[in-house]
Design a protein around this ligand. Structure first.
Ligand SMILES: *Cc1c(COP(=O)(O)O)cnc(C)c1O
Length: 469
């Protein structure tokens, strides 16, 4: 299988060559030239597999240049009860007849990003060792992504992690999750500034091509293809868990920001999984909902992005959306490139009234948005009716999912974080604290390892230079 850029300007490459890359050299995103298709026999063989078996069956189609024995070893080392808390990896909870919660947030950082990043950490270590390379991952985080990436790469050989976070602006729990890591290859940098300052510094570093090449700077952001591929797996486990036969339709409701999670659902559907609806839920930052309702895709300016109580969905643009748009325009890189040129120039493009936008219906996508008040109501309702405590992101997904629920079609809502990470909103909704999962009871009391630095790219570059792998 070869991977081509959505913008058509990069030589098609095998999986291992795109694994450590972010953007394609032409600014586009890598995608397989075609999606593998599973026939009835393929699906039948998958029902009944364990999570790790299923992950191997699916990932070996995408990573077909990794020797199968090696891939199997990496997958088996990733999807374990020790790391994800249960044999199921993504346990299913029935809320009522036809309504389910798929638990994606039982990994080390208590957010769904662990499912892909834990595998990515193992794949990175494997690939770096094999090609005798080293890598310095530099990233900015306002919470979830940073801790997932650090838990995935801690203690790995040939890779150092430099994670910038806004000093004093994360919850005590989120800060402690990252800063309490004592591994020698993890460098927490608390920047005196806001998240945008952190992101600007990372942009300045990756825009300095000489520095980037000299220090082999890389990223683990949500456009990485391997992350998407790893997320395809739990659409299959969720599907098999709620159906008896492989023709039954199932809909999924997904709290969305950068469109990585739900895009993996689109890949699963394209492979032949009988997915009926893919329900995109946004918060007040409704870039995606606007597109699916109207056909207009308009990115937001930094000042327009609202800080909400589902902060991991506070986005100005949706980075994986380009992959979906590529499919909508019939995988024609020229048309895709024209749209993204328009987007860069005008900040928006509009597909309303075009055959491309009419094509959305055939992909099963529908959408809706959710506000702070909706989150509180949904958290209360799910607690009262089912005795289940959910986090604010999951609440956005359930709220919008229920608006699109259909009689006779099971609705699987993705649980993307544990409520323990968002105690403040839980207190506001329920008047009580969320329970802490085992092992996290005294998190904030652990010794912390972090350097506080000014919002200055030059100082931070010197710091990276001194500690680079
Ligand atoms: C990252 C994240 C999301 C959004 O996922 P995307 O793949 O960016 O759409 C939703 N909920 C939580 C808790 C997250 O951490």
């Amino acid at each position: 299988m070869l991977y081509a850029s959505t913008r058509g300007g990069a030589k098609p490459q095998p999986f291992t060559d795109i694994l450590l890359e972010g953007l394609a050299p032409d600014g586009g995103l890598f995608l397989p030239q075609e999606f593998p298709r599973l026939g009835a026999a393929g699906l039948a063989a998958m029902r009944g597999m364990s999570y790790a078996q299923l992950a191997f069956a699916i990932l070996s189609k995408f990573a077909d240049d990794v020797p199968p024995g090696d891939l199997k070893r990496l997958v088996d080392a990733t999807y374990t009860k020790e790391i994800f808390g249960s044999e199921d990896i993504t346990p299913l909870k029935k809320l009522e007849q036809g309504l389910y919660l798929l638990g994606l947030a039982n990994g080390p950082s208590l957010a769904f990003k662990d499912i892909a990043l834990q595998l990515l950490g193992n794949l990175f270590e494997y690939a770096l060792e094999k090609h005798a390379r080293r890598l310095n991952v530099v990233g900015a985080t306002s919470g979830d992504t940073g801790s997932s990436a650090e838990y995935a790469l801690r203690g790995k050989k040939n890779v150092q992690v430099f994670m910038l976070s806004p000093y004093g602006r994360m919850s005590a729990f989120q800060a402690a999750q990252m800063y309490s890591l004592q591994d020698a290859n993890i460098f927490n940098i608390a920047v005196r500034g806001v998240f945008d300052d952190c992101q600007d510094i990372v942009k300045a570093i990756s825009g300095d091509f000489a520095f980037k090449a000299r220090h082999r700077i890389g990223a683990v952001n949500s456009i990485n293809w391997a992350r998407v591929a790893a997320q395809v797996v739990y659409y299959f486990t969720g599907y098999f868990a709620v159906t008896k036969s492989n023709g039954d339709p199932v809909s999924f409701a997904v709290p969305s920001g950068n469109f990585g999670n739900i895009y993996a659902g689109h890949v699963a559907r394209s492979m032949g999984l009988p997915v009926r609806k893919l329900i995109v839920a946004t918060n007040e930052n409704d870039v995606l909902d606007e597109f699916f309702r109207t056909g207009r895709y308009r990115v937001r300016g930094a000042a327009e992005v609202k800080a909400t109580s589902s902060p991991s969905m506070d986005i100005s643009k949706s980075s994986n959306f380009e992959r979906y748009a590529y499919d909508l325009v019939g995988r024609d890189p020229k048309i895709l490139k024209a749209l993204w040129t328009l987007l860069e120039r005008e900040g928006a493009f509009d597909l309303a009234g075009t055959e491309y936008f009419r094509g959305v219906a055939g992909t099963g996508f529908v959408s809706g948005s959710s506000t702070h008040a909706d989150r509180l109501t949904t958290i209360r309702r799910v607690w009262k009716d089912y005795g289940v405590m959910i986090d604010p992101h999951t609440a956005d997904g359930i709220k919008v999912g229920l608006e699109h629920r259909e009689q006779g079609v099971p609705l699987v809502c993705m649980e993307t974080a544990q409520p323990a990470k968002f105690a403040e909103t839980i207190r506001e909704a329920l008047g009580r604290d969320p329970a802490r999962p085992a092992g996290f009871e005294d998190l904030e009391k652990l010794p912390q390892r972090v350097e506080v630095m000014g919002a200055d790219a030059a100082t931070i570059k010197r710091h990276i230079e001194r500690h680079a792998a």
